[in-house]
Design a protein. Structure first.
Length: 147
């Protein structure tokens, strides 16, 4: 059987935008805010060959220590995955599936920040393979240290 990924559905699971100091935070003349970005990935099996993958993106903008805005998005997809052995399934779920979801999540965050009165927050493309490998190494480090 040839390996294959089929997207059955994509959807927003959770979405929040906070603009706590509006309209003062929207005045021109202030410098650009510092943006802290967070990324989380989760996956779980549903039915045979069907998996739900969640991409959680958070962005917190601060200027001189004060919150400018904060956005949190959990964007998910339902994927049918066939022909992938169990040793490679985790990589498919944590690398390939988020690659399909990211462009849509990126657009939503850009639109939200623009609708909040700020320039669109255009997230840089993400290397999900590097994120996966870094988190895998971090998870394996305590196990290696206790041996």
């Amino acid at each position: 059987m040839q390996p294959g990924i089929r997207i059955l559905a994509q959807y927003i699971r959770d979405l929040s935008f906070e603009n706590p100091h509006a309209p003062e935070s929207l005045r021109g003349g202030a410098g650009p805010p510092q943006i802290d970005l967070g990324v989380e990935l989760n996956a779980k099996g549903r039915d045979a060959d069907v998996f739900e993958v969640e991409l959680k993106l958070t962005a917190a903008a601060k200027r001189e220590g004060d919150a400018v805005f904060q956005v949190e998005l959990v964007y998910a997809g339902l994927f049918q995955i066939v022909g992938v052995n169990s040793q490679e399934m985790e990589q498919v779920l944590m690398i390939e599936c988020p690659r399909f979801l990211f462009p849509f999540a990126r657009r939503l965050i850009a639109d939200l920040s623009a609708e909040g009165g700020f320039p669109p927050l255009m997230l840089e493309p993400m290397d999900f393979a590097a994120i996966y490998l870094a988190r895998k190494a971090q998870a394996d480090a305590p196990a290696a240290g206790s041996a």
